[in-house]
Design a protein around this ligand. Sequence first.
Ligand SMILES: [Zn+2]
Length: 243
Amino acid sequence: MRVTYIRWSMCLIEMNDLHILTDPVFRLLGWRLPPAEYTIDRLPPLDLILVSHRHLDHWDRWAMSRLKRDIPLLVRPRRIADDARRLGFTHVRELAPWEQAEVRGLRVTATPAVHMGGEIGFVLQGERTVYFAGDTSFDAGIFTAIAEQFAPDVVILPIGGLAFFGRTQHIDPLQAVEALHLLRPQVVIGTHWGSAPNWPPLLAMPGTPQALAELLAQAGLSTQVQCMRPLESAELNGFRHKT
Ligand SMILES: [Zn+2]
């Protein structure tokens, strides 16, 4: 299996011969999120799209209106489901935390997240188990429950550590290490970090994958940090090719 970190929360997960895209965002209030060379027509044919919540850095109507309308969507909250149906998507399902769906042989479970309300993460169970956390702050109860129930091989965590009105809205690298003590995956991919010269200060996030790698090494955890830059991929053994 392979996970490509495109940018921000957008990751392309390839497993069970499926292409799954998380939080597809190409434009945010006029700023490009992925590197310039990664245009929307570079996406492979998609089998499933996951949308974690309704913020503009996770739900991009411009991008969605350029994708095929028969791609299954699993989303939260209801307003995204309604909006997706208005755009013409025909297979849209809203999931509450711990609700499950089966898509083309892949089991998807929505997980709780702690952000600003109305968000979820996702656990995908196929040839490997992947936990995509969406936007969340640190919550030991949630991470312990996910570890016990799913024992994920790959964890995709926000690490930018954005604080908003004095409250942390996303995990930072230090909290990510605490989360990884509980989750114990083989590989972690840090998302939702960085900034660009023309972006507003609100979108500047202090946490970096480099900081996470250093802290993990100090903590002596065997989890590997992969995809340190946009468009890098993490590969795990056991990828089954089409026969
Ligand atoms: Zn976000």
